[in-house]
Ligand binder design. Sequence first.
Ligand code: SF4
Length: 325
Amino acid sequence: MLDAAPIRTDWTREEADALYNQPFMDLLFQAQSVHRQHFDPNQVQKSKLLSIKTGGCPEDCAYCSQSARNGAKLSAAKLIEVERVIAEARKAKAGGATRYCMGAAWRSPKERDMDALEAMIHGVKELGMETCMTLGMLEEDQVFRLRDAGLDYYNHNIDTSERYYKEIITTRTFADRIDTLNRVREAGIKVCAGGIVGMGEQQMDRIDMLLALATLEAHPDSVPVNMLIPIPDTPLADVAKLDPIEFVRTIALARILMPKSHVRLSAGRTDMTDELQAMCFFAGANSIFVGDTLLTADNPEEDSDQALFDRLGIQAMAVGCDGSR
Ligand code: SF4
């Protein structure tokens, strides 16, 4: 067995560019080799995502149907009840999910919501599941409250490269996002941070997005890579589809730059063939969201995920197992 690839946070643009653009077979071989040094290649983590507060978001993320500023017609709902969150988590656990992610369409949480958020964390943890939340930007005291309630992971995506960011969001900056990620990590909550590809960005933006994550003080524990689902009436409704080979290259680069992170195949799986998903697993993706909706977007049925796992000989990671070697 080869020596384990070192965990580096000093990757350069030139290195990342050369890795991404090497011949495809060499890239896949390298990514799979790195993957095997740190993970069981036949295990994939299943996470479940629930929208705990849908629509009416004041941010203007161009890809999102939940933004009140986009033309998409999704009405705003209130934060859902704690009991309902826990009941849904129980069902997700019965379906094999080990991590429960709760997402709210907010710029940041309000003080009046904190008690309910803490109760959700307690309730889901009591089921023996890992907890993750995505609530927008966080102030330091909010980070501490969520940590003290037992939150395991906080998701905050950087979305794209710093260069392309202003084409996608104008209501908060790339630096705001990095600040929240740093606060979360410094407080001892594990970080989940990734982005979206296929938003009309250039190849260098996909590389720079991953480089921004891989050169943080510590790599995110989870790196979700989403393929844009173009939503009617949003500014990105008619954006040209990304070449799937570019998507696989993005997954492979994420695996090589961040060898010990869970690379999650996130939104966009409904538009991917089984063969493309299999290639993504070979390139180092080892986490998926299960369930037929992802916040407001479609996701494959759990039966079809299980059928694919069976055909590929993949097993779901067990509760409490991070799949790493
Ligand atoms: S992605 Fe999140 S922050 Fe952006 S508009 Fe949608 S819900 Fe709001």
